[in-house]
Design a protein around this ligand. Structure first.
Ligand code: GH3
Ligand code: MG
Ligand code: MG
Length: 524
């Protein structure tokens, strides 16, 4: 910083009629800006060259200083241009057309004056800057590059005006430079910034052409044209940026929604309820649109809540699912997504059906043996955790073969269904009822000792006898064997009780049927 200061002082001491504010403050700001930008070497050197050039114009004397100032400016353009080319970022093609009117205007002005090359270079720089500006919003918020852009725009404008108008040394023109350099100095282009700063810069840049207009009306025209095209370019970039961000956001939400749809699957080993599947499906829909609830009426399943705005999505023959929204959804993207959801839901419902088919017996809708295998460890764990006894009952219809032989299999099936309904009506939700064999039923009674198990078996026996199944004229009886009645030590012990109950059932048959027999404890 010290050499920059000394350098600025030396320049300021050169003979000039320009006011001190111009001779000292302009080079001071320029060197300060170069100092701040030192990390961005070509730009820092370019800015320094500009500062020297700006001062050169304000110095007295003919040819030499003026040519020196021109040269210094050109070097400045070169340095800053080189720096701007290094900026990352893509520019929407439209941006190149925006400064065109201003360019033509400035070129026609400038062609009348000596500084044509400088004005062309200046405009070229603005275009380069516009290209680099995209990176001023890389993370959705402005960086220091935003200030830098405004400062650079202002300096370029000031140079152009200076060349085209050739104002006398000492005109308040140099305040444009000071403002420009001050903006370059405000933040390093690579540092993050906040939004208040850009707002300030915007206000300042609106002020500049107005001030110029007060000084010289034609200048106002040119200045405004340049500035507003610059601001227009910025606006366009911001719009493009916002659009890009929205598109990016939508893309991410779709990716998440599709991933959620793909992940949904009822595993054979871990039966998910339809509700939990719907809940996850609703979660996926919410990535695309704020849905309040999801319902499959045919299955009486609802998650979330019903609202007046339901969009029926067909699931196949006569079935429909309904996602609910808080406001009328009018969205073709949502429609496309709901078609996907419908497809997925159809698959899931089918999978659920298959899963439950694999674990239940189709005739009686009781668990089959495979279903029992899955449920047994859960029942044992529950009983052990709460220290509750479990009893095992094996039930078998008496002379069932006679029903089949006399009235045929359909009647026999009806007897089996009646038996299943009677069993279901006598059990609690924690109990398990299994169709163990043809007309053999296994009951696992949770929190029931042998006494309670006996009363349950007796109740079923009594109820069956009282339930006629036409055309069978005789009362249907059954035999039962009971075992267990304690807290099981593990699945193996429970399986042991199943053998004991089966043995007790055999005894009941031997003793004349139509009775309940409790297994005798094997000697320890
Ligand atoms: P017991 O009193 O000794 O148990 O005599 P039972 O006739 O009931 O016993 P058995 O085991 O000899 O006969 C069982 C019959 O159950 C034989 C079979 O035809 C019939 N059965 C098995 N599964 C079904 C089924 O799904 N539907 C029908 N209708 N009959 C079945
Ligand atoms: Mg039988
Ligand atoms: Mg049998």
């Amino acid at each position: 910083m010290i050499p920059a200061l000394a350098f600025a002082l030396c320049l300021a001491l050169l003979p000039s009629t320009a006011p001190w504010s111009e001779r000292l403050v302009v080079p001071l700001f320029a060197s300060w800006a170069a100092h701040r930008l030192w990390r961005w070497r070509p730009v820092a050197l370019g800015v320094l060259a500009w500062g020297i050039g700006d001062l050169g114009y304000s110095l007295d004397g003919p040819g030499f200083f003026r040519n020196f100032a021109h040269l210094s400016h050109l070097l400045g353009y070169l340095g800053v241009g080189l720096g701007l080319v290094q900026l990352p970022g893509k520019t929407p093609k439209k941006i190149w057309f925006l400064p065109l009117p201003a360019f033509l205007m400035a070129a026609s002005f400038a062609s009348l004056h000596s500084g044509f090359l400088n004005s062309v270079l200046g405009l070229f720089l603005i275009l380069l800057l516009a290209r680099g500006l995209e990176s001023a919003f890389q993370e959705g918020r402005p960086s220091g590059l935003f200030f830098f852009s405004f400062g650079l725009g202002l300096l370029t404008l000031a140079d152009l005006l200076r060349l085209t108008l050739d104002p006398p040394a000492g005109s308040p023109f140099h305040f444009l430079w000071i403002l420009g350099y001050a903006l370059l100095t405000y933040r390093h282009p690579q540092d993050p910034a906040t939004w208040e700063g850009p707002a300030l810069a915007l206000a300042g840049s609106l002020l500049a052409p107005t001030l110029l207009g007060l000084l010289d009306p034609p200048l106002f025209l040119l200045g405004s044209a340049l500035y507003y095209s610059f601001l227009g370019g910025l606006g366009l970039l911001l719009t493009e940026r916002t659009r890009f961000e929205r598109a990016e956001d939508a893309r991410l939400r779709w990716a998440r929604a599709l991933e959620k749809l793909a992940r949904l699957s009822p595993r054979a080993s871990q039966i998910l309820s339809l509700e939990s599947l719907l809940f996850n499906l609703l979660d996926a829909v919410r990535e695309i649109s704020p849905a309040e609830g999801l319902e499959v009426r045919s299955h009486q399943a609802l998650v979330g809540q019903r609202t007046p705005y339901a969009v029926p999505i067909p699931l196949g023959s006569r079935e429909e699912a309904y996602p609910y929204f808080s406001s009328p959804p009018r969205d073709s993207i949502l429609d496309a997504f709901l078609t996907l959801v419908a497809g997925r839901l159809r698959q899931l419902l089918a999978q659920l059906d298959w899963a439950s088919l694999a674990l239940t017996d189709p005739l009686t809708e009781l668990l089959n043996r495979r279903g029992l295998e899955l449920q047994l460890p859960k029942l044992v764990a529950l009983a052990r955790r709460y220290a509750k006894p479990v009893s095992v009952a094996m039930l078998d219809l008496d002379h069932f073969k006679r029903v089949n032989d006399t009235y045929g299999h359909p009647v026999g099936d009806e007897v089996l269904r009646t038996m299943a309904r009677t069993i279901q009506a006598s059990l609690r939700t924690e109990d398990l009822a299994v169709r163990y064999g043809g007309e053999e039923f296994l009951l696992l009674l949770f929190n029931a000792d042998l006494e309670e198990a006996k009363s349950v078996a007796e109740r079923i026996r009594d109820q069956m006898r009282k339930t006629p199944v036409p055309p069978v004229p005789w009362p249907l009886t059954l035999s039962a064997g009971l075992a267990g009645g304690r807290v099981p030590k593990g699945v193996a012990e429970l399986e042991e009780w199943v053998y004991q109950a089966d043995f007790a059932l055999l005894k009941a048959k031997e003793e004349g049927r139509d009775r309940v027999v409790v297994a005798t404890e094997p000697p320890p």
